[in-house]
Design a protein around this ligand. Structure first.
Ligand SMILES: CC(C)NC(=O)[C@H](Cc1c[nH]c2ccccc12)NC(=O)[C@H](CCCC/N=C(/NCCC(=O)O)S[C@H]1O[C@H](COP(=O)(O)OP(=O)(O)OC[C@H]2O[C@@H](n3cnc4c(N)ncnc43)[C@H](O)[C@@H]2O)[C@@H](O)[C@H]1O)NC(=O)OCc1ccccc1
Length: 318
């Protein structure tokens, strides 16, 4: 439980004043980031997990990267699908879902594509997935074909994307095979509990090369590849999502009472902009983040709770 202490800025009085304001708040917005799912074992973008093999995760999350090497980008997303499917929502995901049931005018904006908020039973009509979902797929040719499939939890989505098991890597040399299996056992380095098989996020493991025809293909137009149903950098957020959020935040004659900013570096736009938009609609802001730096720039009547979201959020929302 979130124990009051000077370092974390969590004082009993700050928790009490937050609880008092929450109880009087009817219209609430929350912005969620990767830090919310950190204690479910999922890497954040800017933390140590920000690198996949030697690549910066954000550089793989672009249409250009997919155009250049769709197999490699699919291996990146299939790995994340596998890991997130093996992860479990944590107490913060459940607390946010519960508050949504108590406060019908509570809208959650998630930047996370891991599916953990929906799996925690977060009411769908009060949850906007700003950047899509790992479990949606769509035809690469959205203008021509436009095929979209939601909630495809097949893992691997096609056999060629199965996580390599130690000692079966087709392209690895005999020595490599030896290293892989012995390594795995000897050093136990591959002990990411969310991965069954080789942790291919580590480039010491060779990646199987996958021919294009073994990649997910669009079942409607039959000739285009399927791509992850994710909003990549340089791509617009779904216009319907933006419109629904705007309608809620700018509802005539209403204000926003509280803005919760949970486990996000607020570095990606337009998502990061919602905190000031809510503040301009009258909201007091509460930031929950592991990084003391992210409490900077807050106003006098805002809150900053420094620590693990999975611990602090249930305490704050109880
Ligand atoms: C990098 C940034 C500067 N670039 C952008 O913002 C760009 C460009 C841009 C647009 N407007 C701008 C204005 C200014 C500057 C740049 C831009 N934005 C875009 O490209 C957007 C699209 C952005 C969406 C990209 N897709 C993602 N995700 C899906 C992919 C995937 O997942 O693979 S973004 C992705 O990165 C972001 C990562 O941020 P966080 O979730 O916050 O994670 P991070 O690791 O950074 O931080 C974790 C935090 O948690 C804390 N923490 C860690 N552990 C814990 C813990 N246990 N408890 C609590 N806290 C914790 C840490 O301290 C830390 O603070 C998330 O949004 C995540 O979804 N599209 C667009 O603008 O389109 C235009 C357009 C318009 C019309 C027509 C055509 C085009």
């Amino acid at each position: 439980t979130a124990t009051p202490s000077s370092t974390t800025g969590i004082t009993q009085s700050s928790i009490d004043s937050f609880h008092a304001h929450l109880s009087q708040s009817t219209r609430i917005v929350a912005l969620l980031g990767a830090g919310l799912s950190a204690s479910s074992g999922l890497p954040t973008f800017r933390g140590a997990g920000g690198l996949w093999r030697t690549h910066d995760a954000t550089s793989l999350a672009t249409p250009e990267a997919f155009g250049r090497d769709p197999a490699f980008v699919w291996q990146f997303y299939s790995y994340r699908r596998h890991m997130a499917l093996n992860a479990k929502p944590n107490a913060a995901h459940y607390a946010l879902a519960e508050l949504s049931r108590q406060k019908p005018a509570f809208l959650t904006l998630s930047q996370n594509v891991d599916g953990l908020s929906p799996r925690a039973g977060h009411p769908a009509q009060q949850l906007q997935l700003l950047h899509g979902s790992l479990y949606d797929v769509k035809c690469f040719d959205q203008r021509g074909c436009g095929y979209i499939e939601r909630n495809n939890f097949t893992d691997p989505i096609v056999p060629s994307l199965a996580i390599p098991q130690g000692g079966q890597d087709p392209t690895a040399s005999a020595e490599q095979l030896e290293i892989d299996s012995s390594d795995q056992v000897a050093t136990g380095t591959d002990t990411n509990p969310l991965i069954q098989g080789l942790d291919i996020s580590d480039d010491k493991h060779a990646l199987p090369s996958i021919p294009l025809h073994d990649l997910p293909r669009c079942p409607r137009c039959k000739h285009q590849l399927l791509r992850p149903g994710i909003v990549w950098f340089g791509e617009a957020l779904p216009s319907q999502t933006l419109a629904e959020i705007d309608t809620f935040i700018k509802k005539p004659g209403t204000t926003i009472d509280l803005m919760l900013v949970i486990g996000t570096s607020s570095a990606v736009w337009p998502a990061a902009g919602y905190t000031e938009i809510a503040r301009n609609r009258g909201a007091r802001v509460a930031v929950i983040n592991m990084d003391p730096e992210s409490g900077r720039g807050l106003e006098a009547d805002d809150w900053f709770f420094c620590g693990d979201a999975a611990e602090i959020v249930p305490e704050l929302l109880r």
